[in-house]
Design a protein around this ligand. Structure first.
Ligand SMILES: Cc1ncc(COP(=O)(O)O)c(C=O)c1O
Length: 406
C-alpha cells in the first residue's frame, strides 16, 4: 500500500489502527459476512406481493417517527461524509451506557463486528464456542477460518450451559452468548454470564450478543464491559429500533479489544441516514417501552391462540419464537409459504421446529389461519407447495463456499 501523506489525519483516535493489518487480518477481509436475512432467505429472496414476512426477525414497525424525519432531512447533505454524525451517535451511546467514547464503535449493523470478533479471537488453535441451537453467523466465520467450532446444547430451560461451554473448550478463543437467544428467544441469566466471564481461559473473549435485549426486561451484561472484563458486547438497531434496512449497530468493549476487531475490518464511513436515525431513536424515551409492550401483547395473543388449540412452542422473551410443527419442519414451512406466509428456518438439532417472527396483530392472525390449515392437513407441501420460480421470483442466495461443518 502506498504510504499516506504524513499530514493525513484520521477523523478520530478510533480510526488509528487501519494500516496495521496482519496477514491473518488480510485473509479475514476476504471472508463473506453472513447476516440473518441471508440465512433466513437462502431459498426465497423475492417475496410475492402481500406476503407475510415473519422469517427474519425484522420489526414490522420500521423506524420511529423522529428517526424517519431525521433520515429524510439529512438526505440533501448526502454529498458529505459528515463523520461528526457518527461521533454524535457514539457519544449518545457512551453517555447512555456509562462508558468512555473509546469503549464504543458503531458499524453498519452488528454483523460486521460479530464476524470480525470471531476473526480476531479464534484461529486453528483457539476454538469458537456457541450454543446449539444458536445464531449461526459466527459458526460460518469460524469454519471459514479453520477454527474448531464447539456446539454446546442449551440447558433444559433453553439457557446457555455456561459450565458445559467452559468444560468443552479449554482452548476457546470466543464464547458466543446470545441472550435472548436466536432462535429460542430464551434468556441466559446475568449470573451465568458472569460465571463464564470469571472462569474463561486467558486470552479468550465472551462475545455477548444483545440483539434482542430490548424486547425483555432482563439485565444487560453492559456492567461487565464497564468493569473492563474480557467481554465484547453487540447491539443492533435492526430489531426493536426497526432499522434493519438502514443498517446500524454497535460494539462495546475495552479499547484494546475493539482495536483488535477493527484491525480485521478497518474503519469505514457510516451512512449518515443511519447515524441520524440511530441518534433520534435513542433520544425517543418512549420507543423501547412502547415497542416492548406492543411486541409482548401480540406475542401473548399468539401464544394464547396456540395454547387454546393445543399447539406447542417454546415461550420466548423476544420478537420471535420456536414453533413445534410436530413433523419434519420443512414441509410445514413450505405449506405455510404456499399460503403466502413465510416463517423462518429450522435448526437441525430441533428438526420439528421452525422459528416464527412476531409480526403485526393482523399478520399474526394470517399466520394462525395458515398454521391451522397446515396442522389439520387442509394445506400440505405436496407437489406445487413451494411456489414456482416465476410466482415467487425465487432466487437461491449464493452461499456457495460457506459450509457449516460443525
Ligand atoms: C443474534 C443476532 N445477532 C446479530 C444480528 C445481526 O444483525 P444486523 O447486522 O442487522 O445488526 C442478528 C440479525 O438478525 C441476530 O439475530
Amino acid at each position: 500500500m502506498a504510504p499516506l501523506n504524513s499530514d493525513f489525519k484520521l477523523p478520530s483516535a478510533s480510526r488509528r489502527s487501519f494500516l496495521s493489518l496482519s496477514a491473518a487480518a488480510s485473509a479475514a477481509l476476504a471472508l463473506r459476512i453472513v447476516t440473518e436475512p441471508m440465512l433466513a432467505r437462502a431459498r426465497v429472496h423475492n417475496f410475492p406481493k402481500d406476503a407475510i414476512r415473519i422469517d427474519a426477525n425484522e420489526n414490522p414497525l420500521g423506524p420511529c417517527a423522529s428517526a424517519r424525519e431525521a433520515a429524510t432531512a439529512i438526505v440533501p447533505q448526502g454529498g458529505r461524509y459528515s463523520d461528526e454524525l457518527t461521533d454524535d451517535l457514539v457519544k449518545t451511546l457512551a453517555e447512555m451506557e456509562g462508558l468512555k467514547l473509546e469503549q464504543v464503535r458503531v458499524y453498519a449493523g452488528s454483523s460486521e463486528p460479530l464476524h470480525h470478533t470471531v476473526a480476531a479471537f479464534t484461529s486453528r488453535q483457539r476454538s469458537y464456542v456457541t450454543a446449539d441451537p444458536g445464531y449461526e453467523a459466527g459458526v460460518i466465520t469460524a469454519n471459514a477460518l479453520g477454527a474448531k467450532v464447539v456446539k454446546v446444547p442449551l440447558t433444559k430451560t433453553y439457557a446457555h450451559d455456561v459450565k458445559a461451554m467452559l468444560a468443552a473448550a479449554p482452548d476457546a478463543g470466543v464464547f458466543y452468548v446470545c441472550s435472548p437467544n436466536n432462535p429460542t428467544g430464551t434468556l441466559t441469566s446475568h449470573s451465568d454470564i458472569e460465571y463464564l466471564v470469571e472462569n474463561q481461559p486467558k486470552g479468550s473473549v465472551v462475545l455477548v450478543d444483545e440483539a434482542y435485549i430490548h424486547f425483555c426486561d432482563a439485565p444487560s451484561a453492559m456492567d461487565l464491559v464497564r468493569a473492563g472484563k474480557d467481554v465484547i458486547l453487540l447491539r443492533t438497531f435492526s430489531k426493536i429500533y426497526g432499522m434493519a434496512g438502514l443498517r446500524c449497530g454497535a460494539v462495546f468493549g475495552r479499547p484494546e479489544l475493539l482495536e483488535k476487531i477493527e484491525n480485521y475490518g478497518g474503519w469505514n464511513f457510516m451512512p449518515i441516514t443511519a447515524m441520524v436515525a440511530g441518534s433520534a431513536s435513542l433520544k425517543d424515551a418512549q420507543l423501547v417501552p412502547e415497542r416492548r409492550r406492543i411486541n409482548a401483547t401480540v406475542r401473548g395473543e399468539v401464544f394464547a391462540w396456540l395454547d387454546r388449540n393445543g399447539y406447542s412452542y417454546i415461550p420466548s422473551e423476544a420478537n420471535f419464537f420456536m414453533l413445534d410443527t410436530k413433523r419434519p419442519a420443512k414441509p410445514a414451512i413450505d405449506a405455510m409459504a404456499k399460503q403466502n406466509v413465510f416463517i423462518g428456518r429450522l435448526w437441525p438439532v430441533m428438526p420439528t421446529y421452525s422459528r416464527v417472527t412476531i409480526g403485526t396483530g393482523p399478520e399474526m392472525e394470517q399466520f394462525q389461519a395458515a398454521f391451522q390449515k397446515v396442522m389439520t392437513g387442509a394445506v400440505t407441501a405436496s407437489v406445487g407447495a413451494v411456489p414456482s420460480a416465476g410466482e415467487l421470483g425465487k432466487r437461491k442466495r449464493n452461499l456457495d463456499g460457506i459450509v457449516v461443518r460443525a
